[in-house]
Ligand binder design. Structure first.
Ligand code: CP
Length: 307
């Protein structure tokens, strides 16, 4: 049973914490797929989304998840809020706390912002992505999708390819997947990887060789090239990146037959993956989105009912 006030990251979570969220998400998926099973279990509770960075999937799927649970949910609308008058994050959080909000779901460009907010508010805080640090619900929905398709994690080889150094998705997946017994290979250009990532989990390997990562992999996950976080050019241009690190049909041939193709999205088509790979019959990118609603319902139910 998940017994924490907040969900700030997968670092330090026990295997049982993660499995209890995935088990609950399995029940929630039935409610996503069958509206007649939805019940307003959180109708007395309310949530707020505070997105200091843009988002489509995370913000909208939390909104849908809350609505499916009967929870009232509002978006702070950061760009039209008193944040623009210079209000500090802690003061914004305390203001929402004073209104009786049960859950705050936040995305922020700064590492540690969700941890800071959680320390100062009574409401449960869910990290919707903080800088280059963590994106726990994305990794949970990725793990949920892998478990659905592969039946478990023990010994699975998961290749995560792309802009590793800026990726909160790679970090959260490295923590979570290695806690569940998978082997994680993180691959990208030498300027976008770091051996420090091998400290994220006991079975994490970092390499600049896409071939090494993909060979006999059960799962291939591409990552978006985050040009907005790169202070200096990490490679000559996107065409060069695609030539050496893009996932193509030929690259897929090296993986196990039936290997899943994943991406947290949004995808830069033709850069991280060719359109042929994105739309391949083994691509589960759209199923990841559906599973994101189920996972976020599970997290909201586990945390929201305490508020
Ligand atoms: N995968 C993900 O976090 O997408 P958004 O930026 O659209 O939320």
């Amino acid at each position: 049973m998940y017994n924490h006030k907040d969900l700030l990251g997968l670092r330090g979570l026990m295997k049982d914490d993660i499995l209890s969220i995935l088990d609950n998400a399995r029940l929630m998926k039935k409610r996503v797929e069958n509206p007649s099973l939805r019940s307003p279990s959180l109708e007395r509770h309310s949530a707020v989304t505070l997105f200091y960075e843009c988002s489509t999937r995370t913000r909208m799927s939390f909104t849908m998840a809350a609505e499916y649970l009967g929870m009232r949910i509002n978006d702070l609308g950061v760009s039209a809020s008193s944040v623009q008058k210079g209000e500090r994050l802690i003061d914004t959080g305390k203001t929402l706390d004073a209104m009786g909000v049960s859950v705050m779901i936040m995305r922020h460009n700064l590492t540690g912002a969700a941890h800071l907010l959680a320390k100062h508010v009574r409401a449960a805080v869910i990290n919707g992505g903080d800088g280059c640090n963590e994106h726990p619900t994305q990794a949970l929905l990725d793990m949920f999708t892998i478990a659905e398709k592969k039946g478990g994690f023990d010994g699975l080889k998961v290749a995560i390819i792309g802009d590793i150094i800026h990726s909160r998705v790679a970090r959260s997946n490295a923590f979570g997947l290695s806690a569940l017994g998978a082997r994680v290979f993180l691959a990208g250009p030498p300027t976008l990887i770091s051996r420090h990532f091998e400290r994220l989990g006991p079975s994490v390997t970092v390499t600049d060789s896409v071939n090494e990562a993909v060979r006999d992999a059960d799962v291939i996950m591409g990552l978006r090239v985050q040009l907005e976080r790169q202070k200096a050019a990490a490679f000559p241009d996107l065409r060069e990146y695609a030539r050496f690190y893009g996932i193509t049909a030929e690259i897929l041939e090296m993986a196990k037959p039936g290997a899943l193709i994943m991406h947290p999205a949004p995808v830069n088509r033709g850069v991280e993956m060719t359109s042929e790979v994105i739309d391949h019959d083994r691509s589960v990118i759209n199923e990841q989105v559906t599973n994101g609603v189920a996972v976020r319902m599970a997290v909201l139910e586990m945390l929201g009912a305490r508020g």
